[in-house]
Design a protein around this ligand. Structure first.
Ligand SMILES: [Fe+2]
Length: 282
């Protein structure tokens, strides 16, 4: 009788533990959901936003504009799509003020040089720290103005030494280049990259934005277009980890040598014009 009672108590305790465990897991999921499912910030009525795509390098190009003043900028254009982008800008009746890069890319050639030829109003921009040439070399905290809108330049090195994030606080959006990708990040084994530096950039700059800021990366390889600070803080499989874990992950990616790097980096040092000169001489 006594052993039956002991067994019954043990079973009760086990059932209670399972119940408590389920309640804990459910409340953890609920907390995570509250953290990541944030209220979206709406675009202003006079703010134009278009997300364009290059399927070869999985690069996103962003067209931003002031609808009233009709001034626009392009972020991370790709040379093969310069005509597409110029046509869209002309069709919308916009004037392209700047073609801007988040960093000196190694996987595609920038369209900035070609866009300057197609749309002579356009001037190229990249960070001074990138080591590339451009009409305007950006310094930390500079503002890129188009109409009444502006992007602030925030250094976020780590993928390359010259990587920056462009943030528009009014619209609650940031363009993170390869520093932060959706559920990932750029590699850190070339172009002066450093895992510890990238981790610090993300945690001290990008993760300091409000949770509902939308983040637009330079690439996505699985069709996702946008994320938020809240989502990445919880679900980024690399950057939600400790610094030591992150460095260990990055050191063990075993990625192949970048296919385009030997062609793209020299071209991107001069706004992609290297490629144009080659084409002209053919
Ligand atoms: Fe990159």
């Amino acid at each position: 009788m006594r052993s039956l009672l002991v067994g019954f108590h043990r079973q009760c305790r086990a059932a209670k533990n399972i119940l408590n465990y389920r309640i804990t897991i459910r409340s953890q999921h609920q907390q995570a959901a509250n953290f990541v499912l944030t209220e979206p910030i709406q675009f202003s009525r006079d703010f134009l936003f278009r997300q364009l795509f290059d399927p070869v390098s999985s690069t996103y190009t962003y067209l931003l504009g002031d609808v009233t003043k009709r001034e626009a900028i392009l972020i991370d254009p790709v040379i093969e799509h310069a005509e597409r982008d110029a046509n869209m800008i002309n069709e919308l009746g916009l004037c392209l003020k700047y073609a801007v890069n988040t960093h000196m890319h190694a996987d595609h050639i920038t369209g900035t040089g070609k866009l300057k030829i197609l749309l002579p109003s356009c001037r190229s921009m990249i960070s001074r720290a990138s080591g590339a040439e451009a009409d305007i070399l950006l310094n930390p905290q500079d503002n890129i103005e188009f109409g009444r809108h502006q992007l602030k330049v925030l250094p976020t090195p780590g993928h390359t030494e010259g990587c920056v994030t462009y943030v528009c606080h009014e619209q609650g959006i940031a363009f993170t280049g390869d520093t932060l990708l959706i559920r990932g990040c750029g590699r850190t084994d070339f172009q002066g990259g450093s895992s510890a530096t990238l981790y610090k950039s993300v945690h001290s700059v990008i993760f300091n934005f409000p949770l509902n800021y939308r983040l637009y990366p330079a690439h996505d390889y699985t069709g996702r277009t946008v994320t938020t600070v809240g989502e990445e803080k919880v679900y980024n499989p690399r950057l939600s980890k400790s610094l030591d874990e992150f460095i260990h992950i990055m050191e063990n990616l075993n990625l192949p040598y970048p296919k385009m790097i030997d062609k793209a980096v020299p071209a991107n040092k001069i706004c992609g014009l290297f490629e144009l000169d080659e084409q002209k001489n053919m």
